[in-house]
Design a protein around this ligand. Structure first.
Ligand SMILES: N[C@@H](CCC(=O)N[C@@H](CS)C(=O)NCC(=O)O)C(=O)O
Length: 216
């Protein structure tokens, strides 16, 4: 049985779990906290980051690498568009989420509201969260709103790795009690709800909310 290493609350671990679920690939998850990882873990994830993946002799790290590998292992259903331009666009949205979205949603909001008080006994710096929400979220949301041309998904007609990458970051934002104002970003609000309603996301969100003790 394949093993995915990492904790459920990580948006990058969730990205891989959604791909595994969409493709119907069985796996077990082994809890690895992203700080002070065991030295053994660095043999499969040299930077010490989660997720990492093992299937027999195959060991991999980095969510984007693992997802691309899984696509080759089980090409159906496809999560990367066949058309060259659409393929590149899907990779772009994954990259945008893995860099621009996580940089704000993660340390500035999710860490502050969830991780610091629950796991480190530190108070939330609400002023810092409010500043990030007011100043840093709107340009990101404006961009995504402009990319949603009334289509169901970000790229073409197909649910893709771009939607998974973006959708997983919005899960952490929701856990931290923030979201998309439908009056200001109507297409994005509908889109995020659509992505999170997929069974692959919905099941994980229920499981994670229960384990983190977050209602909703
Ligand atoms: N590019 C990596 C990013 C993974 C990542 O940043 N994971 C975080 C947890 S959400 C981590 O392990 N952080 C610990 C560290 O940076 O040492 C991927 O896509 O897997």
């Amino acid at each position: 049985m394949a093993i995915l290493y990492g904790i459920g609350a990580s948006p990058f671990v969730r990205k891989v779990r959604v791909v595994l679920s969409e493709k119907g690939l069985p796996y077990e998850r082994e809890e690895i906290l992203p700080m002070n990882v065991p030295p053994e873990f660095k043999k499969i994830s040299p930077l010490g980051k989660i997720p990492a993946y093992r299937d027999g002799d195959v060991t991999l790290c980095d969510s984007s690498v693992i997802c691309a590998y899984l696509e080759r292992v089980k090409p159906v259903p496809p999560l990367y568009p066949a058309d060259a331009y659409e393929y590149a666009r899907a990779l772009w949205f994954e990259e945008f989420a893995d860099t621009a979205l996580v940089q704000v949603f993660g340390p500035k909001i999710f860490m502050q509201r969830i991780v610091n008080p629950r796991f480190f006994g530190q108070p939330t710096d609400e002023a810092a969260v409010a500043k990030a929400v007011k100043e840093e979220l709107p340009p990101l949301f404006d961009y995504l709103e402009g990319q949603l041309d009334g289509d169901q998904w970000l790229v073409g007609k197909q649910f893709s790795i771009g939607d998974i990458g973006v959708g997983t970051q919005f899960v952490n934002l929701a856990y931290a009690g923030e979201g998309v104002d439908p009056a200001r970003w109507p297409k994005l609000a509908r889109y995020v709800a659509r992505v999170h309603e997929r069974p692959s996301f919905r099941g994980l969100i229920q499981e994670e909310r229960a384990s983190l003790g977050i209602s909703g």
